[in-house]
Design a protein around this ligand. Structure first.
Ligand code: ATP
Ligand code: MG
Length: 366
């Protein structure tokens, strides 16, 4: 007998620039991959970013936020463009993105860096080093030195000008990011490396102590620790040693950008931002690429792979996620490439055609 369909509501926020082009493809891929797993999606498309500014005067309308909050997951394209670059701060499209993250209470940012064999030559590293890299950086997003108080400019007791920031972490903030990281490692290859500076910073000593305690809840995950300076070096020396990395806000900011450069393909990189409960936010790491917007040149695969993360980490639908990942690999294996990942001997296609080829690959799966 046919099992009743599982239903999820997905908020789509196409945004600006290439956002609408890549979101429309990811939506179609989700639909087909879902239907093969007995999943039905209710898609609600809402204005966000510059598009919302033009329409309503604010970058994140209340209705967009409330729709996003009441859905099961949020898929975002990209935000911003030349047109709004001179706007006042509160009227910049990017402000909407910060408000959205705040509103969804997401505190864990997941960024994979996977070197696909088909694209190994686009890596910034030597082939021998790049081959087989498949790692994930889990970055704490709402605490640490970027938000810590006290902060500011002042003068000290000798009348010398100073400036200061504070690295603060509460136990619960470390515990919850650690749990997301252990769960993530469990869904991957079972290895977690916690990165800190516990030889110098008290906040890092505390971080290491809490992560080590939380590890007792995950006996199946292998935990290791590394100092951040060493981690930065190991990422370019031998990135294959890493499976899942967890680290604080500032170290994660730096290491996740470093890790993404290993792959060298900005058009291929997805991300997820997760909270304790409530919908996660899924988006490509690239921006709105105004230089190629509306020209059918964008690589839609970063957004398609973000949709796969939505299924895996947002909804726990790992089979449907695998279908999308396999379809992307299959389209690449059949030689289809957008301009950003093109190399001679392959077939140069636009955004739409790449989307159609991925759809063919999903549909041909049994
Ligand atoms: P941000 O909006 O975060 O400031 P940015 O302006 O630094 O981002 P992007 O908008 O990501 O960067 O664009 C950087 C370059 O990469 C541009 O030349 C853009 O065309 C290219 N690029 C970005 N995303 C894609 C994509 N999906 N496909 C092809 N090229 C892309
Ligand atoms: Mg940009």
């Amino acid at each position: 007998a046919a099992t009743p369909a599982k239903r999820y509501s997905i908020t789509l926020l196409p945004g600006d620039g290439i956002g609408p082009e890549v979101i429309s493809i990811a939506k179609n891929v989700l639909k087909v991959a879902g239907s093969l797993e007995g999943i039905e999606f209710l898609f609600q498309e809402m204005p966000m970013g510059g598009a919302a500014l033009d329409l309503t005067g604010v970058p994140l309308p209340d209705e967009t936020l409330s729709t996003a909050k009441s859905s099961d997951a949020v898929l975002l394209g990209a935000i911003g463009g030349y047109k709004w670059d001179k706007n006042e701060k509160h009227l910049k499209p990017e402000t909407g993105l910060l408000k959205l993250r705040e509103g969804l209470k997401v505190f864990a940012n997941l960024r994979p860096a996977t070197v696909l064999q088909q694209l190994v030559d686009s890596s910034t590293l030597k082939k021998e080093v790049a081959e087989g890299v498949d790692l994930m950086v889990v970055r704490e997003l709402t605490g640490g030195i970027y938000f810590g108080k006290p902060r500011g400019f002042s003068t000290n007791e000798n009348g010398v000008e100073i400036a200061y920031n504070t690295e603060v972490y509460a136990a619960y903030e470390i515990d919850r990011i650690a749990r997301v990281a252990f769960e993530t490692a469990r869904k991957r290859h079972g290895k977690l490396c916690s990165v800190d500076k516990a030889n110098v910073l008290e906040a890092s000593m505390f971080w290491r102590k809490r992560v080590t305690e939380i590890a007792t809840e995950y006996p199946d995950v292998e935990l290791s620790h590394m100092y951040v300076d060493n981690a930065a070096m190991q990422l370019v020396r031998n990135p294959k040693q890493f499976d899942t990395i967890v680290t604080n806000n500032i170290f994660g900011d730096i290491l996740s950008d470093e890790a993404s450069m290993i792959t060298g393909s900005i058009g291929m990189l997805p991300s997820a931002s997760l909270g304790e409960s409530g919908p996660g936010l899924f988006e490509p790491i690239h921006g709105s690429a105004p230089d190629i917007a509306g020209q059918d040149k964008a690589n839609p695969l970063a957004t398609v792979l973000s949709a796969a993360m939505l299924l895996k980490y947002g909804l726990g639908e790992e089979n449907a996620a695998k279908r999308i990942e396999n379809a992307v690999l299959d389209a690449l294996n059949r030689g289809f490439r957008t301009g950003d990942i093109y190399s001679p001997g392959n077939k140069l296609v636009g955004c739409k055609e790449m989307g159609e080829e991925v759809l063919k690959s999903v549909s041909s799966q049994v």
